[in-house]
Design a protein around this ligand. Structure first.
Ligand code: PLP
Length: 392
């Protein structure tokens, strides 16, 4: 049966009958996308400020990525790292070309949590220490190791005991780092803009102090750019806007133009990893590699980091101009933008949707805009008009 012939209520009932029940879903069935616009099963168009939760930086329906995937699927989709592969070799070179020279080794995997999981393991193996320090309100994924670095009690509480050795320091309090990062610390892990935790950019002082203490005390610096990477914040990577250099850099979400993929780029400080101590069957598969090569090519050809900078500035300025005593603060970097409300964000998200704009929450009181970086000036104007109605 063709999905387009089934009614919206029928499709929703089919999912509801079999879903895990873990997700809170909005009653919209999305069936198609084009650039920064998505269409539902009733033919209604929305400006997509959810952006696949950060996986759709390139926009929907990018032809170069679609062609690369189709071509590679016909040629060779599966090839584990038991062998060498032409597409994987090419992707390693592409990544080396956009990353700092010091981060010249890469482990390929399939998701953000898996990238974090691997980075934590590499840090423990390299330093022979067990302590991991993370930041309050940080989000690093939901597998047991990544979850141990994630802060939110709503994610953690049902699943203890978590991995031992993890502690959390207040975000953006550089003075708290000195007591936390010690001779037992394998790594400090943090986001340069906390995404799920409420769209909070790290201060330069906090990032610098973390990097300084890690270097001084022999701990490794893990920067989680799963959400901030690939143009999102107005530069290819957010660390470019800081004065720090990570020892391990976690990537995923938009790395492969919407195909599932994650990566850890890491420096020689990590040392030689013991053969077979870590691996991933799907990691570095030619299909995802082909998608990533095309996606990174398009990101650069279209200079989407620059569009993120310009459209992000337009969005932030427009949101700040809204006079509403429901708004506490507008903040962000590039096209990772949050509006913190003095109330629960659910009502505003619903009102935005009614106005034809899909947006995300980030914690209970923040409305987050995470659109594809191809979003146009006119589409941002539409988002602002909807926001004025939803928030005034
Ligand atoms: C989304 C996210 C993750 C987890 O990625 P998954 O692919 O969902 O496992 C980790 N870190 C950050 C900063 C994220 O935004």
């Amino acid at each position: 049966m063709s999905a387009t012939l089934r009614s919206t209520t029928d499709l929703i009932a089919a999912e509801d009958a079999h879903t895990s029940g873990l997700y809170t879903k909005r009653t919209v069935v999305l069936v198609r996308g084009d650039g920064a616009t998505v269409f539902d099963s009733e033919g209604r168009a929305y400006v997509d400020c959810v952006g696949g939760q950060g996986t759709a930086n390139l926009g929907h329906g990018n032809v170069a990525v679609a062609d690369a995937i189709a071509q590679q699927a016909r040629t060779l989709a599966s090839c584990t790292e038991l062998f060498y592969n032409d597409r994987r070799a090419e992707l390693y070179e592409v990544l080396a070309g956009i990353l700092p020279a010091a981060l010249d080794r890469v482990f390929l995997c399939n998701s953000g949590a898996e990238a974090v999981e691997g980075a934590l393991k590499f840090a423990r193996a390299a330093t022979k220490r067990t302590g991991i320090v993370a930041a309050m309100r940080g989000f690093h994924g939901k597998t047991m190791g990544a979850l141990s670095a994630t802060w939110g009690p709503e994610y953690r509480d049902l699943f203890g005991p978590l991995v031992p050795g993890f502690s959390h320091v207040p975000f953006n309090k550089p003075e708290a780092l000195d007591a936390a990062i010690t001779a037992d610390t394998a790594a400090f892990i943090f986001e340069l803009v906390q995404g799920e935790g409420g769209v909070r950019p790290a201060t330069r002082e906090f990032a610098n102090e973390a990097a300084r203490l890690c270097a001084e005390r022999g701990a490794l610096l893990i920067v989680d750019e799963v959400q901030t990477g690939f143009g999102r914040t107005g530069t290819l990577f957010a660390y470019e806007q800081y004065e720090i250099l990570p020892d391990l850099l976690c990537l995923a979400k938009s790395i492969a133009g919407g195909m599932p993929m994650g990566a850890i780029a890491f420096s020689r400080k990590v040392g030689e990893l013991t053969k077979r101590s870590h691996s991933s069957t799907f990691g570095g598969n030619p299909l995802a590699c082909a998608a990533a090569i095309a996606a990174i090519g398009e990101l650069r050809r279209l200079d989407l980091a620059r569009n993120a900078r310009e459209r992000g500035a337009q969005l932030i300025a427009g949101l700040r101009a809204i006079r509403s005593n429901r708004i506490r603060e507008v903040r962000g970097l590039g096209l990772l933008v949050g509006v913190e409300l003095k109330e629960n964000a659910a009502g505003a998200l619903r009102a935005l949707q009614d106005e034809g704009v899909l947006a995300l929450g980030a914690g209970p009181t923040v409305v987050r805009f995470l659109p594809p970086l191809v979003i146009t000036e006119t589409e941002i104007d539409r988002v602002l008009a909807a926001s004025r109605k939803a928030l005034e």
